[in-house]
Design a protein around this ligand. Structure first.
Ligand SMILES: C[S@@+](CC[C@H](N)C(=O)[O-])C[C@H]1O[C@@H](n2cnc3c(N)ncnc32)[C@H](O)[C@@H]1O
Length: 338
């Protein structure tokens, strides 16, 4: 072996090791996904022996033992001296419906929706094909993950609403109606209307709204593109996390339709990722790679593209302010022009 070949071998090894170290982050994500899907963290909440859990729940004992070893290695599980295994408290909090708002839905969305799509990229690139996004299967998860932004985005929406003295709000693609419910709790006299095209998501929104008993909140299962509009113009339209459902031509139509539904001093508030926005380049690039791989989803616009649609359709861009910079999520406020 020549010196050059030896050096090349060391370099190959060094690159592989460096890659393995940085890529090891996949392991915790996989581990949590399995734990959440099979409710394993709950099984180990109070401490248990893996073979006992395998027997009790009819699981493959060898695979469970390996999952437990991986969990101990990445710090999700603890093993006592007697061999009993305990789930760490934060793992239990990750479970959907857990004590804090959950990351379970985020993990599920990444592993069941984003990763499988991104793994098909070579096939899609070569075949010049696109996938279909199955809204019936993934709609509820996507609505749930979007709602995790509410806590941070809501103060900006509430501030905008006050500033513009809005008395009525229409939320297009309202998901589980989280923004409308928060608005209804805070501003008792607002007239609130939500429209949602996914039936399962709309049903869940109606269930949540009923539990709040807000007298001025109305929810509808309908498609904004088919819908004739509310009985009277509204002062504020929300369009949160919906632009990827509309290709650019239809985004303009959506803004045009919104303009017709708005009162004279009306405005639009959007919570949306902006492609390649400062600080959020990697996240928004991954997001848009995912969107572009589908026939029925469309990449998010850059700030400049969104401003161009808005200005062409008769709005002024008043505010663009970050909600989560590293996620490229922004609050955008548009006001209707004469
Ligand atoms: C990602 S979710 C966001 C939900 C909510 N706006 C939020 O930010 O938490 C987008 C929602 O828009 C709905 N949607 C998409 N196209 C629509 C249309 N044409 N009319 C009404 N709703 C639509 C989807 O079904 C989905 O539930």
């Amino acid at each position: 072996m020549t010196v050059v070949e030896k050096l090349q071998e060391w370099k190959t090894l060094w690159l592989a090791r460096k890659w393995m170290k940085s890529n090891a982050r996949f392991l915790p994500a996989w581990h949590i996904y399995v734990g959440i899907t099979e409710r394993l963290f709950e099984r180990f909440e109070k401490g248990a022996f893996p073979p006992v859990i395998a027997g009790k729940y009819g699981l493959d004992a060898e695979l469970l033992a390996k999952w437990v070893d991986a969990g101990v290695a990445v710090g999700h599980l603890k093993r006592s001296k007697d061999g009993r295994v305990h789930a760490k408290r934060e793992m239990l909090e990750y479970i959907e419906g857990g004590r804090h708002s959950s990351v379970g839905a985020l993990i599920r969305e990444m592993m069941e929706l984003h990763m499988p799509t991104l793994l098909q990229y070579p096939r899609l690139l070569e075949g010049r094909q696109r996938l279909d996004f199955h809204a019936e299967t993934h709609g509820p998860t996507v609505a749930e993950t979007s709602s995790l932004l509410e806590k941070l985005a809501f103060p900006k929406i509430a501030g905008w609403l006050r500033e513009h003295s809005a008395r009525s709000v229409l939320d297009i693609g309202c998901g589980h109606a989280g923004y409308l419910i928060r608005l209804g709790r805070r501003f008792r006299d607002l007239r609130l209307l939500g429209i949602e095209t996914n039936e399962a998501v709309a049903k869940e929104a109606i269930r949540k709204a009923r539990a709040e008993a807000l007298p001025n909140l109305e929810l509808m299962h309908a498609d904004i593109e088919q819908w004739s509009g509310p009985s009277a113009p509204v002062d504020l339209i929300l369009m949160n996390n919906i632009l990827h459902y509309f290709e650019p031509g239809r985004r303009r139509q959506l803004l045009r339709k919104a303009r017709r539904l708005l009162s004279d001093n009306g405005s639009i508030a959007l919570v949306t990722p902006l492609y390649l926005a400062p600080g959020g380049q990697p996240f928004s690039a991954a997001f848009n790679s995912f969107m572009a791989a589908h026939n029925n989803l469309h990449p998010f616009p850059t700030e400049r593209e969104l401003a161009a649609y808005a200005e062409e359709e008769g709005y002024a861009v008043d505010t663009v302010s970050p909600i989560i910079r590293e996620g490229s999520w922004y609050f955008v406020g548009l006001t209707k022009q004469e």
